[in-house]
Write a protein that binds this ligand. Structure first.
Ligand code: ZN
Ligand code: ZN
Length: 322
């Protein structure tokens, strides 16, 4: 009797264990990760419950061009207001609100206006935690984003957030203006909104992020550069790689990336579009210029799939068996 009771108990544990394992797989299946390109270096990564934003910039103002032109140049015939460095630019709240309903976390790579202009509004609207450099957090403070929403990082942190984890990667800025761009400036503490574009021009250092989310390892860059020793061994399955023209200033940019990252399954080019053009404008010149990047990746990593993202189009990642 005791023996058959024990066998029964073992059987029950086995059945329940199997059911639990199936349950877990079922739950994982419903947690499909979907990426959306917001333009410039902006992305949304979501499983329908948790939403992570990277450098969300939807305002796409007719602002000043980056040093040497970079990947932004004013569109001929653009009738929108042209902003200078001394001007205050307000975020395009209508554009943001039509695409960003919620966010749990906003990752900022650096404090140039094409990465940070919209972040204070998004943080105040959604209550999302803003993760970035001291420079990023000082811009948030100027707009009154509460301290409990600010997580300052410097690169090297590896943080657990429950539904995802985040490794902060020390990085460097695109070599704009034919390698003449350099800024060690940081947006200072004590600023008061509204800020001029000049005040959100200091780079404040540059970071990249590795997001581990439902088994995926998604590496996100905010521009066209990296520190090689910081990325060796990361092995992401998805890499958001800066594909603007300034990458050509860098020795074997795509080749070293593909080898160091051990040939990611999926590459999504980022920061390749002309961010001084509104959403509706043709990006054909930028798409033409992007072809050489696609060729570089194909040559360096023939098995890697590359998707040229369309604005706001869902890119579902393959659900990974756990
Ligand atoms: Zn920048
Ligand atoms: Zn940029």
């Amino acid at each position: 009797m005791v023996k058959s009771g024990f066998v029964c108990f073992v059987f029950m544990v086995f059945v329940l264990g199997t059911l639990a394992a199936q349950d877990q797989r079922g739950a994982e299946k419903s947690h499909q990760v979907i990426l959306k390109y917001l333009g410039t270096a902006g992305w949304e990564i979501s499983d329908g419950t948790t939403s992570i934003l990277i450098d969300p910039y939807l305002s796409r103002i007719n602002g000043p061009a980056p040093p040497g032109g970079g990947s932004g140049h004013s569109l001929a015939g653009d009738t929108r207001r042209a902003y200078g460095w001394g001007d205050v630019a307000s975020p395009d709240v209508a554009a943001i609100d039509s695409h960003i309903q919620r966010a749990d976390c906003v990752l900022v790579t650096h404090t140039h206006y094409d990465h940070i202009l919209d972040v204070p509004h998004i943080a105040l609207k959604t209550g999302a935690v803003v993760i970035g450099t001291e420079s990023t957090e000082n811009v948030m403070r100027a707009y009154g984003v509460p301290e409990e929403q600010l997580t300052t990082v410097r690169g090297g942190e590896d943080y657990e957030f429950g539904s995802f984890s985040l490794k902060v990667i020390p990085s460097i800025h695109s070599p704009l203006d034919h390698k003449h761009y350099f800024s060690s400036a940081t947006a200072p503490a004590g600023m008061k909104a509204p800020l001029t574009l000049e005040q959100i021009h200091p780079e404040g250092g540059t970071l990249a992020y590795l997001i581990r989310f439902h088994g995926h390892h998604i590496l996100a860059f905010g521009g066209m550069n990296y520190i090689e020793r910081e990325i060796v061994g990361l092995e992401p399955d998805v890499a958001l790689i800066g594909a603007g023209a300034s990458r050509k200033e860098i020795y074997d940019y795509s080749g070293r990336l593909m080898r160091d990252l051990h040939y990611p399954a999926l590459v999504l080019p980022t920061h390749w579009d002309n961010f001084l053009a509104p959403y509706g404008a043709s990006q054909q010149p930028a798409l033409d210029a992007l072809q050489s990047f696609l060729q570089e990746i194909a040559a360096a990593s023939p098995k890697t799939k590359v998707i040229v993202p369309k604005y706001f189009e869902a890119i579902p990642l393959e659900t990974l068996a756990k």
